[in-house]
Write a protein that binds this ligand. Structure first.
Ligand SMILES: *[C@@H]1O[C@H](CO)[C@@H](O)[C@H](O)[C@H]1NC(C)=O
Ligand SMILES: *[C@@H]1O[C@H](CO)[C@@H](O)[C@H](O)[C@H]1NC(C)=O
Ligand SMILES: *[C@@H]1O[C@H](CO)[C@@H](O)[C@H](O)[C@H]1NC(C)=O
Ligand SMILES: *[C@@H]1O[C@H](CO)[C@@H](O)[C@H](O)[C@H]1NC(C)=O
Length: 370
């Protein structure tokens, strides 16, 4: 098991390093083929046959499904497994009168990696109880199997939340934040929670929810707006690690949703870098509450084409906790290429779009020669 994890991690590193040399014409580059080859070793092809077949977690393995309670200001990070929900509810850093955020990581992720703790800290600052779901045992397998295991993981996590509900957790004060594969896991948690209690979780925030093994499935088998009272998606790599369909109530397509601007000159960042940009932007949006102003589009294609600027009337929404939930739909979010990424209201106008304005300025002269 451990050896397998190491091999997967090494593969992932190789994959990231090679992805670093991807160029603008990514669709045709040989680098992309290399990425796809490595991705296929993970088995994460789009067809993903069999991924909805039954998956089962034995009682003995359930002890590896854990929730960590994080409170940095009291230096708390206590771990509770599937069978310890009573102890969890009585943790000194849990107060169910407050809002609660449950963070669900992606493929190979773990609450001991920084993704979870940084997100947790951002929510702590907003006064939330912070719960970090540990799915590592179930995601540290070949990707298509991990995708398949997220269904029973979601079901069992829902059972934990049902136990916590009996101890005072209010689903209307519960937000589930899922990164990548975790965005799909969040869906299975919420679906099962509703099945068991008849109540919906108040909010799911899906950060570039995983596309491979999910993008061709129906609403019962992937994230959907019917999963919670409010579902939002932040889409940053829709054709590769993420999914293109606008499955939430509000769906942000950051810089068109597929390629994010990189820090180096005019180069786009790699697929993986684009994928996790959703995470980075969300954590920043928790701090800069009204800074990520997005404009509405008529379709995903329009967002992809960066073609929503001339749409009338101009309808905006803000990415983050101050989102206007009644303004549903597809939104284009323009950002810069460096943290903290936001453009504020300037993001509503074409001349401030990072990539469009950069390529415009590079090609300002009528004639270039070399
Ligand atoms: C990419 O490759 C496809 C098929 O090989 C071709 O039809 C298309 O024109 C190419 N695109 C670019 C931008 O070169
Ligand atoms: C697993 O545990 C539950 C109770 O926690 C019990 O109802 C069930 O029968 C157990 N299943 C097996 C296969 O032991
Ligand atoms: C986290 O710890 C701080 C300091 O002890 C405390 O004030 C705060 O209420 C705790 N947070 C929660 C959610 O219990
Ligand atoms: C949210 O959007 C709706 C529809 O555009 C608008 O009527 C409403 O005033 C907005 N709410 C806030 C708080 O801005």
């Amino acid at each position: 098991m451990f050896l397998k994890m190491i091999i997967l991690l090494i593969l992932k590193l190789v994959f990231i390093v090679n992805a670093d040399i991807i160029n603008l014409d990514s669709k045709n580059s040989s680098d992309l083929n290399l990425i796809n080859t490595i991705f296929d070793i993970f088995g994460a092809n789009e067809e993903c046959p069999g991924s909805t077949k039954e998956a089962f977690i034995s009682n003995n393995t359930l002890k590896h499904l854990r929730i960590f309670v994080q409170n940095t200001s009291s230096s708390g990070l206590r771990k509770y497994n599937y069978f310890q929900t009573n102890e969890l509810a009585n943790d000194p850093d849990i107060d169910f009168k407050k809002n609660t955020m449950l963070y669900v990581g992606g493929f190979l992720d773990s609450p001991i990696f920084p993704f979870a703790s940084i997100m947790g800290a951002a929510y702590e600052n907003s006064g939330y109880n912070v719960l970090l779901l540990d799915t590592n045992t179930f995601t540290t397998v070949e990707y298509p199997r991990a995708a398949r295991f997220m269904r029973p993981v979601g079901m069992h996590t829902a059972k934990m939340l049902v136990d916590l509900t009996a101890q005072g957790l209010d689903p209307k004060k519960l937000e589930i934040v899922g990164l990548s594969l975790g965005g799909q896991t969040a869906s299975f948690i919420a679906k099962n929670y509703r099945l068991l209690t008849g109540m919906s979780v108040s909010r799911i925030t899906a950060l570039d929810p995983a596309g491979p093994c999910f993008r061709n499935l129906g609403p019962e088998d992937r994230l959907d707006k019917t999963d919670a009272d409010f579902v939002e998606t932040i889409n940053t790599n829709i054709d590769e690690f993420g999914m293109a369909a606008p499955v939430g109530h509000v769906n942000f397509y950051v810089n068109g949703g597929e390629n994010q601007p990189g820090e180096l000159f005019w180069m786009l960042c790699t697929s993986f870098c684009s994928h996790i940009r959703a995470y980075t932007i969300w954590t920043l949006a928790l701090r800069y509450r009204d800074a990520f102003v997005a404009i509405q589009c008529d379709s995903v294609q329009q967002a992809r084409n960066k073609n929503c600027f001339d749409r009338r009337p101009v309808v905006t929404n803000v990415l983050g906790l101050n989102i206007n939930k009644t303004n549903e739909g597809i939104f284009y979010l323009a950002t810069t290429n460096t943290p903290p990424y936001f453009l504020g209201k300037k993001g509503m106008r074409k001349q401030h779009d990072f990539y469009l304005s950069l390529t415009n300025s590079l090609n300002e002269k009528d004639v270039i020669k070399m």
